[in-house]
Write a protein that binds this ligand. Structure first.
Ligand SMILES: Nc1ncnc2c1ncn2[C@@H]1O[C@H](COP(=O)(O)OP(=O)(O)OP(=O)(O)O)[C@@H](O)[C@H]1O
Ligand SMILES: O=P(O)(O)OC[C@H]1O[C@H](OP(=O)(O)OP(=O)(O)O)[C@H](O)[C@@H]1O
Ligand SMILES: O=C(O)c1cccnc1
Length: 481
């Protein structure tokens, strides 16, 4: 079997076909600029949480058309000339790549990643970059919604068994941690990324004993420092909770404290309230209640509205598969190409106005109100336009109804796109995961709650500068049949 972890061919065949066609026509070295953005927020949310950059950086660094890959291409496609395959052998990314940092709050229709490279290199990267960014951003956004409804509780990611295969499990666990989950059950994700791991036990442990009581006592004897007992194998209130109380009391006699019980079926509001009362009655107020069973942000929100007594949530399937919206539709679009040694902006026209691209190399700034430190709007300008950076008064206007406008001043323009690779050299030091998580938590504080609420959030303003807008209009008119 072929080597498994070389991601160089983790791309759509049409990218290699286009690379080949450029090679045939001698245009491989022409520069091209692509931008990554998405058009629509997932889950009806008001923002997305950008994630995927670490994987993208590792992928770009590791690109290598080694012998095995070349051999495969040779066998697969007789059109690919031997000299083309030879050129691929020395392929490496030598361009510039800028990106928003992981954990950043982002919005539709703003550039999140910009690749500026020979068209030969830039074309190859599209598929993998979108694959990594779309999935990880989607899961981080879902996790952020879950965190929002349980701001003070412990959130445990339990999704691996239901994830869309192994990569999704570990990178999804990482994305969830960035957006505020406290732990993962996936030990490999823990080892690879330094995410704290947590786990209870399964029904099998109870079923594998002559009695539930015996199972509980033996588990507590084996792992006295992390005893969370699953109490719903036979009858939660008549058997599970009373047996757990017995174990907790026995532990107390030895000077130890049981951590918790886990509810995994039935009416979680009713069961948690009753179990809480039973535990308190037994003098065990410190024993926490963990819940799991196909939870998502809506069920957790509802359970809280029912005054559930749940301290900690295990969330699997709904999070790791983003069950209510299985994909983020991020795209990678050409915005400029080199012609006669200069960049020429390009556009994609569509009958669907949302699909018309915004031409030209762009920067995106977050306009931070200096008086209150809150984000006012995101402002997209053509690269080289420094008006916002100089703090000049800006006109933000509604593109469909230009007579609706407002001026902003007394702001700081914070560039969102950071240089990651310049001339193929990595210039960005990847932050530690905990730094990313802390950065994300700080980001959330910069937005008014109206933009963050889970249901019907207010739309945050992402505006094009007048020059960027004019360029778009000019190209639409120039290209319209
Ligand atoms: N009080 C509640 N309010 C709203 N939703 C709840 C409540 N209690 C449980 N749920 C959710 O209802 C859904 C349906 O649970 P379901 O009836 O399938 O579980 P169960 O039959 O009790 O357990 P299982 O089939 O997993 O053994 C689950 O997603 C669960 O999290
Ligand atoms: O429900 P999720 O959010 O996906 O969380 C993970 C689930 O995985 C385990 O169940 P298991 O796989 O044993 O099957 P179950 O569906 O019968 O509980 C655990 O008991 C949770 O219920
Ligand atoms: O630790 C747990 O309780 C757990 C882990 C994964 C899936 N379900 C439960």
């Amino acid at each position: 079997m072929a080597t498994y972890d070389n991601l160089t061919l983790h791309t759509d065949k049409y990218q290699i076909n286009m690379m080949y066609a450029h090679w045939i026509h001698g245009t491989t070295d022409n520069k091209a600029v692509f931008e990554v953005f998405f058009r629509k927020l997932p889950f009806g949310n008001g923002y997305a949480v950008f994630a995927g950059l670490q994987r993208i950086v590792e992928y770009v660094r590791s690109l290598s058309f080694n012998e095995e890959v070349i051999e495969y291409l040779r066998e697969q496609e007789e059109d690919y000339a031997p000299a083309f395959l030879e050129k691929l052998q020395s392929f490496r990314f030598t361009g510039n790549l800028c990106s928003v940092e992981e954990g950043t709050i982002v919005f539709p229709n703003e550039p999140l990643i910009r690749v500026e490279a020979s068209v030969f290199e830039a074309q190859l990267l599209e598929t993998a970059i979108l694959n990594f960014m779309n999935f990880q951003t989607l899961i981080a956004t879902k996790a952020s919604r879950i965190r929002q409804v349980a701001p003070k509780d412990i959130l445990m990611e339990f999704g691996t068994r239901r994830a869309q295969e192994a990569d999704a499990a570990i990178w999804g666990a990482r994305a969830a941690y960035i957006a505020g989950f406290d732990s993962t059950s996936n030990m490999r994700a823990g080892m690879l990324f330094g995410i704290p791991t947590k786990g209870t036990h399964a029904h099998a442990w109870v079923q594998d004993h002559d009695s539930e009581e015996e199972a509980f006592f033996r588990y507590a004897a084996a792992l006295p420092n992390q005893v969370t007992l699953l109490v719903d194998t036979y009858d939660t209130l008549k058997s599970g909770v009373p047996h757990a109380i017995k174990v907790a009391k026995a532990m107390e006699a030895q000077g130890k404290r049981m951590s918790g019980i886990r509810l995994d079926s039935g009416d979680l509001a009713y069961l948690s309230k009753t179990a809480r009362a039973m535990l308190d009655e037994a003098g065990l107020p410190y024993v926490k209640i963990v819940a799991s069973n196909d939870l998502d942000e809506n069920i957790i929100f509802n359970l809280k509205a029912q005054d559930c007594q749940i301290d900690s949530w295990g969330v699997g399937t709904q999070l790791i598969t983003a069950a209510d919206q299985p994909a983020l539709g991020g795209v990678y679009k050409l915005v400029a190409r080199e012609k006669d040694g200069e960049y020429v902006p390009v556009i994609k026209i569509s009958g669907n106005p949302e699909k018309v691209t915004t031409p030209g190399l762009k920067e995106v700034y977050r306009l931070m109100n200096r008086r209150n430190g809150m984000a006012e709007a995101d402002y997209i300008v053509l690269s080289g336009d420094t008006e916002a950076l100089e703090g000049r008064k800006l006109k933000l206007f509604d593109k469909l109804h230009p007579y609706l406008y407002k001026y902003v001043e007394d702001y700081e323009a914070v560039p969102l796109l950071k240089p990651i690779f310049i001339g193929g050299e990595q210039v960005y030091e990847l932050p530690e995961l905990d730094q990313i998580r802390a950065y994300h938590a700080k980001q959330l504080k910069m937005f008014w709650p109206e933009y963050l609420r889970k249901l019907n959030p207010a739309a945050y303003l992402v505006d094009l500068s007048p020059q960027a807008w004019q360029l778009k209009m000019d190209l639409i008119h120039a290209n319209k049949m």
